[in-house]
Design a protein around this ligand. Structure first.
Ligand code: ADP
Ligand code: MG
Length: 351
């Protein structure tokens, strides 16, 4: 769709095929663009002419998505207004992460697949944060992925642009299971770390295939977090006790060793998860730092693998050619040393 055509079409531009999801403000359908024949997703939103008019979530979603262009953020192609309905036309994406995890059934995701999904989510969120946009509702239902496991973050209905200094925002924004502790404890000024907490919960869910903190109401959600991460106090989270919902008679839990909860996750993964689930939002890793965390070890491994093969090649050539015993011995040692590093790396990051 040409950019200048945006918002200029009527309902005849699309045809619905199937319903694929129910959202807060309406339904989402799979459909086709009648002009280009491409498959699209159509989000139908009712306009309440007597009260609210166009829901603020829809307006937010349109304005924010118009500003964001990233391979891992769902593309808003057009908006059609018809009578008392608004239709947002998106690129169509095969699954959402909730359905994808359910369909896996007994199969576990390999570490490489988890890393790839996590990397793409972090890349998109780092981009949003660099554009001063907080998503605020990151959860598996809002993370779409296609058959090749390309991620597209969707549902920017609750997202909002922030400007520095950060102003108090509405507190009731995130679905409970992925909600950051500072929101649960009633902080007034929150920022991008709320998204990182949600990504940490999603990371854990990719491994466990079930939500990490599954509370049905706020206080239960708080206790579920405390039970695993320990009850926070001012030493690890300065001034936590002055937050509005903090109670001095909270039950005191000790932190559970995450290795016992995630026995198959290596030290690197545990370290990353812990950095995303830091209580103090100021100490929580940023999306950009987390990306470096993931890619640093990837590059390190590739580096050692490359040199190991190079050494193997020369070593083999020397043994077969038998030109110099010294060179042969030197290459052999070189190869062994590099492979030792590679092996250590393999153990550490499981790559
Ligand atoms: P809501 O704001 O009401 O939660 P969403 O944008 O999250 O609406 O859409 C609801 C559901 O519809 C999603 O969880 C997903 O399953 C499906 N969906 C949304 N956008 C698309 C899309 N572009 N392609 C395929 N399915 C989608
Ligand atoms: Mg949604």
């Amino acid at each position: 769709m040409e950019k200048e055509d945006f918002g200029r079409h009527d309902k005849s531009i699309f045809q619905k095929i199937d319903k694929v999801g129910s959202g807060t403000y309406g339904e989402v359908y799979k459909g086709t663009n009648t002009k280009t024949k491409e498959i699209i997703a159509i989000k139908k939103i009712k306009i309440d002419l007597e009260n609210e008019g166009i829901p603020s979530t829809a307006l937010r979603e349109i304005t924010i998505l118009r500003e964001l262009t990233h391979p891992n953020i769902v593309q808003l192609k057009d908006v059609v207004c018809d009578n008392n309905k608004l239709y947002l036309l998106f690129e169509f994406v095969d699954y959402d992460l909730r359905k994808f995890l359910e369909d896996l059934d007994k199969e576990n995701l390999s570490e490489e697949r988890i890393k790839s999904i996590l990397y793409q989510i972090l890349d998109a969120v780092a981009y949003c944060h660099s554009k001063k946009v907080i998503h605020r509702d990151l959860k598996p239902q809002n993370i779409l992925l296609d058959k090749n496991e390309n991620i597209k973050i969707a549902d920017f209905g609750l997202a909002r642009a922030f400007s520095i200094p950060i102003r108090p925002y509405t507190k009731e924004v995130l679905t409970l299971w992925y909600r950051a502790p500072e929101l649960l404890l009633g902080i007034n000024e929150y920022s991008t770390p709320v998204d990182i907490w949600s990504i940490g919960c999603i990371f854990a869910e990719l491994i466990l295939k079930k939500p990490l903190f599954k509370g049905d109401y706020e206080i239960e959600q708080i206790y579920k977090i405390f039970y695993i991460l320990g009850t926070p106090h001012n030493d690890i989270w300065p001034d936590v006790s002055s937050l509005p919902n903090y109670q001095f008679d909270f039950p005191q839990f000790n932190k559970i060793n995450l290795h016992s909860l995630f026995p198959n996750l290596n030290d690197f993964g545990i370290d990353l998860l812990q950095s995303m689930l830091k209580y103090d939002p100021n100490q929580r890793i940023t999306a950009k730092e987390a990306l470096l965390h993931v890619s640093f070890f990837l590059y390190l491994t590739l580096f050692f693998t490359f040199f190991s093969f190079l050494a193997l090649f020369y070593c083999g050539q020397q043994i077969i050619g038998f030109r110099s015993h010294f060179l042969c011995f030197f290459y052999f040692c070189f190869f062994l040393t590099l492979n030792f590093f590679f092996f250590v790396n393999f153990i550490l990051i499981g790559f």
